[in-house]
Design a protein around this ligand. Structure first.
Ligand code: FAQ
Length: 322
């Protein structure tokens, strides 16, 4: 009898883990009913729900300008854009719910400060030029970050991203178009655009998250193919994409270290203020308290709608059983 024994096939959880690993390696999608490791599920719930919160809170800085838009055309465009962001939040909450969490609970986590949302939305929008700059830089950064997420390994998240990215592209173009018009206007309008660029540039770079060396989640999220690129790689891509757009627009980006590096084939750029970033994501940014207070008030004001919908649904269910 041979002393060499064939390796026993993996059993139970091991088989499921092996199947999961094989799918990830083969770049196949993980779907909600598939087995997945707890850490994979937790990471997705964290990222997808924080992403959803960002879209919903992200309605506020531009929403502030709907009533004061300078023309009916600009008001209609802005209304449509802000409504799109609400839609993105809803797709993303729905994607998170496929992981077994409840949207009402996620909303509680947001308004009780137990979950984060993007740092960028904790800065004020001080003039109508901010609407253009948010479209150009903030939606531009969002697209850079989110196009690769269309290939994220979790099916519902990746599919939500496809539609979201199409809409974000429209948002970016409307922002750039608004700025082009303002730059063709008066000196005062050009100064407003430059001032908005000066205020939003560094916070836009922070949207990509901390440097790779300080990012606790990137390595594992890349191994699971939830994230497809590192924070620093996406930040570089954004800078490379944006500098020629700034030149075309006729604005200066507020970074004296920004220079083309022929050897690297990329722009070199300065370091964002990571102390400020940490303060903003831990709740002490210029607008954190106001953003959450407003979200909480909207949630409380909407209680009657939720109650009415629940009453309607249970009446409907009762009638169906009669
Ligand atoms: N802000 O280890 P990492 C939009 C947190 S949507 C706040 O690198 P990860 C549309 C991070 O959560 C914008 N927190 O984390 C729009 C973690 O904390 P935790 C939102 C941040 O997840 C446009 C800790 O720091 N987009 O703009 C930020 O691997 C215009 C350590 O960081 C998404 O959510 C930040 N900037 O990478 C709407 C995209 N960065 O959770 C209206 C999807 C990091 O352990 C108007 N998300 N943190 O307590 C992602 O790609 C990733 O989650 C990253 C962070 C890249 C944001």
């Amino acid at each position: 009898m041979s002393t060499v024994t064939a390796q026993a096939p993996p059993e139970g959880a091991d088989v499921r883990q092996a199947e999961f690993d094989a799918k990830i390696t083969a770049d196949q999608r993980i779907e909600p009913r598939d087995w997945m490791p707890d850490g994979y599920r937790r990471t997705l719930v964290r990222q997808v729900s924080q992403h959803a919160h960002s879209e919903i809170i992200g309605m506020q800085p531009e929403g502030d300008w709907i009533a004061s838009a300078p023309s009916l055309r600009r008001k209609a465009i802005l209304l449509a854009k802000v409504q799109d962001e609400a839609g993105h939040g809803l797709y993303l909450y729905a994607a998170a719910e496929t992981l077994g969490v409840d949207r009402a609970d996620l909303t509680d986590r947001l308004i009780e400060g137990r979950q984060k949302y993007s740092s960028i939305f904790n800065y004020p929008s001080l003039s109508f030029a901010d609407v253009g700059v948010i479209g150009w830089l903030v939606d531009g950064a969002a697209i850079c970050n989110q196009v690769p997420l269309c290939r994220s390994s979790f099916g519902p998240y990746a599919r939500a991203m496809v539609r979201i990215c199409k809409e974000e592209s429209f948002h970016q173009r409307q922002g750039y178009e608004l700025l082009m018009r303002m730059m063709e206007g008066t000196d005062a309008q050009r100064a407003m655009v430059q001032d908005a660029v000066d205020r939003w540039w560094w916070p836009s770079l922070m949207m990509f998250g901390p440097p790779d060396a300080d990012s606790p989640n990137t390595q594992q999220s890349m191994a699971w193919r939830i994230k497809r690129d590192t924070n620093d790689d996406l930040r570089q891509k954004f800078v490379d994409m944006t500098v020629p757009q700034a030149e075309r627009l006729g604005v200066t980006l507020p970074d004296p270290e920004l220079v083309w590096n022929d050897q690297r084939g990329h722009y070199d750029f300065g370091e964002p203020d990571w102390v400020e970033f940490k303060q903003v994501i831990s709740g002490s940014g210029p607008k954190n308290a106001e953003r959450i207070a407003r979200r909480r008030a909207a949630h409380e004001k909407g209680a009657w709608v939720r109650e009415a919908a629940t009453a309607y649904a249970s009446k409907h269910a009762q009638e169906a059983t009669v």
